[in-house]
Structures are given as structure tokens and as C-alpha cells.
Design a binder for this molecule. Structure first.
Ligand code: NAD
Ligand code: MG
Length: 389
């Protein structure tokens, strides 16, 4: 029986993880649930899964959650620091990191520090501080099992292989809802268009990142750290059907891929049950439904966020952290119609130029860079003075 802390249980990954857990009550027990502000769903989940504790990080929601669970033996905590405490409990075996953004970093570091197995969906943790996170995990002999579908695919391809024989990994990207579009179209798109992803239903932030291709840029950085690769060993190919979830090419030229219908429950289940595979009733892939699987190069000139993320990866140091912080700010602004689709790349680029570069950052340097980049990007959003219109 694995005892789980589900951080971000009310989100897209969190709710799907609870579906997986509910299907295997003999294998998984929920020890902790956490959410930021969705008190209604968090209390519903707590009543159903009966964890030992829930954490609502938004402190203004503490009272309502506490009251709703008052006649159950469930501890209620609030504030971000509570997360870093509960993940250390002896009663927790595995932590699912499904919080979105930089906000997920500290709880993952605390869980690693306490020697917990990590199932990681929160890619921003590795984008921001991959070097520190992976070094810390190696030191504590902690396994980080990817939940992101591309990285899960790579991880599955690597089962039984020597990781030193990887020549390169190739991440597949669906291309998102604006595949093939050019800037004259993109200049006018609104959040409501960008939120309609063709193959995946996900949280708002990652859905916008998929439309701008920033998601694939973040995933390149995520792959570099997870699998200990050099920048030039990570590539991207557009594959609109999202059936092949990524490839590994080995040093003898052999290529392995993992494939299946796009359904996040599969990589979530693989990560939670690792090293076992569990039987399930998820819909199966059928070759008759797909007479063509296609592959193409990404358009880096139009989808500049992917080029910026590559640049940040190559520059290293705190640059991916700056890129990520600026991206979190502009995506929020885009979601509330305060900036245009193309302006997002301009603002990220300007923030990358502005914030001081640190080549070997400490955790404090990352916190500082994140903070500075957010302030600067928010100013750009407020002034809205950019050239693309
Ligand atoms: P989501 O927005 O649906 O859910 C986010 C969760 O995090 C919610 O439970 C929310 O309450 C919590 N949260 C938000 N801000 C927080 C904060 N400041 N402090 C504490 N908790 C906070 O997001 P999602 O789509 O489930 O994505 C979660 C993570 O998984 C992201 O890093 C994303 O990139 C990654 N991921 C998601 C998918 C997917 O299909 N949704 C696929 C691959 C990777
Ligand atoms: Mg992915």
C-alpha cells in the first residue's frame, strides 16, 4: 500500500490522480490532499478519500474548510509553509507534485529532503531549479518519476536500458490549437480560442503554454534535468495526433517510442504504481482510427516562446527561472485579456534581457530572480507598450 500526498488535488492532474487511486483502493491510500483556493472541491475530496490532513494554501479559505470538515478526524492546515511540513510526515511514502508553477518548488524540495519518492507533474520545479532538485534527489537517493506524458514516455522507453546509451531524446508536440497559423492570425487570438486544445484537457496555464509552444520549451528543460542530458541531446518534433508520446534514440541508432491514446491517467497511473503496470479499462488505441501519423518541424519564427525557452536552456544559470517567471505573469495577463498572444513572447524576451544573469545560482538566487522577473514582467503588462501591434 502506497500512502500518498497529492499536492494540487483540485487541478486537472490532481483530480485524474484521484480517479486512478479510487480504481485501486488496495494499492493506494490518500494521506494528504492540498489545494490553493478551491475549498468546495477540496472538502468534497476529503470527505470521499478521508486523508489524515488537508492543506489549503490560500489562508483566507482556512475557516471554511475547517468548518466543513469539523466532524471528521481530518487535520486542516493553511499556508504554503504547511505543505513543506506535511510532505515530511512518516506516514507519507510518495508525493505527487501537481501544483502549477514556481509555487510547487518548495514542497518538492522538502519532500526530497525527507527522502520521499516523487511523482512529478509540476515541470516548473525542474525548469526553475533542475540542477539543485536533481542533485538533492541524487544525494538523498530519491526517485523522481515523471508524470508529464512525454517524460513518462521517455522513462518507459528507458526501462531496462543504460541511460548512458541515450544519444538523444525527441519530444513530441501536438502543435496546439494554432498549428500552422502565422502571426497575422495570432495577433488577434483571445484566451477563449487558445483554451481549446485539440487533444488534451488540462489546467488553464499549461493549455496556454501548449498554444504558444512554451510548454514544449519548458519540457525540453525538464527532460534535460530529468535524464541528465546535454542541450543538444533534446529535440522537438510536431506530431499533431499525440499518439507517439516521445522517442529515445540510443547510441546504436535504435529508436524506441511509447504510444497510446492521449490520456493523462496513463502516465499518472504509471508514476503512482511504478515499477508495476496496472490493468485498467482506459480506451485503447486502434490503428483503424488513425491511417496517418505525421511529423513536422516546429515553426520557431512564429512560435517564439519555444525559441526563447531553447535560448534560456542554452544560456543556463537563472535564465530558465527568469523565463518561467515572466511566462507565468504574461500567461495570467493573457487569460484575463490584458495582453495579446504575440505580446507574451515580447514581454518574456524583454524580461530575459533585463534581469541580472547569475551563472551558478543558489536557491536564494532563484527566489530572487523569480521575484524580480515577476515584478518586471508585471510592469510590462501594466504599461502595455509593445511593438507587435
Ligand atoms: P491546474 O491549474 O488544473 O491545477 C493546479 C493545482 O495547483 C490546483 O489544485 C491548485 O489549487 C493548486 N495551486 C495553484 N496555485 C497554487 C499555489 N500558489 N500554491 C499551492 N497550490 C496551488 O493545473 P494542472 O493542469 O493540473 O497542472 C499541474 C502541473 O502539472 C503543472 O505544472 C503542469 O505543467 C503539469 N502538467 C499538467 C498536465 C495536464 O494534463 N494537466 C500534463 C502534464 C504536466
Ligand atoms: Mg507534456
Amino acid at each position: 500500500m502506497k500512502r500518498l500526498a497529492i499536492l494540487g488535488s483540485t487541478g486537472s492532474i490532481g483530480t485524474q490522480a484521484l480517479e486512478v487511486i479510487a480504481a485501486h483502493p488496495e494499492l493506494f491510500a490518500v494521506e494528504v490532499l492540498s489545494a490553493h483556493s478551491n475549498a468546495v472541491l477540496l472538502t468534497e475530496q476529503a470527505k470521499r478519500f478521508r486523508p489524515n490532513a488537508v492543506v489549503v494554501t490560500d489562508t483566507t479559505k482556512y475557516e471554511v474548510v475547517k468548518r466543513a470538515l469539523s466532524n471528521l478526524p481530518i487535520k486542516v492546515f493553511s499556508g504554503a509553509e504547511s505543505l513543506t511540513e506535511v510532505v515530511r510526515w512518516d506516514s507519507v511514502d510518495t508525493v505527487l507534485g501537481a501544483i502549477v508553477g514556481f509555487a510547487g518548488l518548495h514542497s518538492i524540495l522538502a519532500a526530497i529532503d525527507a527522502g520521499k519518492e516523487i511523482a512529478l507533474a509540476n515541470k516548473e520545479t525542474l525548469v526553475v531549479a533542475g540542477e539543485i532538485v536533481m542533485a538533492h534527489a541524487a544525494e538523498k537517493r530519491v526517485r523522481i518519476i515523471p508524470v508529464d506524458s512525454e517524460h513518462s514516455a521517455i522513462f518507459q522507453c528507458l526501462a531496462g536500458e543504460n541511460w548512458h546509451t541515450i544519444e538523444k531524446v525527441i519530444l513530441t508536440a501536438s502543435g496546439g490549437p494554432f498549428l500552422g497559423k502565422k502571426t497575422n492570425f495570432l495577433v488577434n487570438v483571445k484566451a477563449s480560442h487558445a483554451l481549446q486544445h485539440p487533444n488534451w484537457t488540462m489546467g488553464a496555464k499549461i493549455t496556454i503554454d501548449s498554444a504558444t509552444l512554451m510548454n514544449k520549451g519548458l519540457e525540453m528543460i525538464e527532460a534535460k534535468w530529468l535524464f541528465g542530458l546535454k542541450n543538444e541531446q533534446v529535440e522537438v518534433v510536431i506530431h499533431p495526433q499525440s499518439i507517439l508520446h516521445s522517442f529515445v534514440q540510443f547510441n546504436d541508432g535504435s529508436i524506441k517510442a511509447q504510444m497510446g491514446l492521449p490520456d493523462m491517467k496513463l502516465p499518472i497511473q504509471y508514476a503512482l504504481a511504478f515499477p508495476h503496470r496496472l490493468q485498467n479499462d482506459f480506451k485503447r488505441f486502434n490503428f483503424r482510427d488513425f491511417n496517418k501519423l505525421s511529423f513536422d518541424q516546429p515553426d520557431l519564427k512564429t512560435f517564439r516562446n519555444l525559441a526563447l525557452a531553447k535560448e534560456a536552456m542554452e544560456k543556463g544559470g537563472n535564465m530558465p527561472c527568469i523565463l518561467n517567471a515572466a511566462n507565468e505573469i504574461v500567461v495570467q495577463a493573457f487569460l484575463t485579456n490584458r495582453v495579446g498572444f504575440l505580446e507574451m513572447s515580447e514581454m518574456i524576451e524583454k524580461t530575459m534581457e533585463k534581469i541580472s544573469f547569475v551563472s551558478s545560482p543558489s536557491l536564494q538566487d532563484y527566489e530572487h530572480s523569480d521575484h524580480e522577473a515577476r515584478i518586471y514582467a508585471a510592469e510590462l503588462v501594466k504599461n502595455g507598450q509593445l511593438s507587435v501591434y
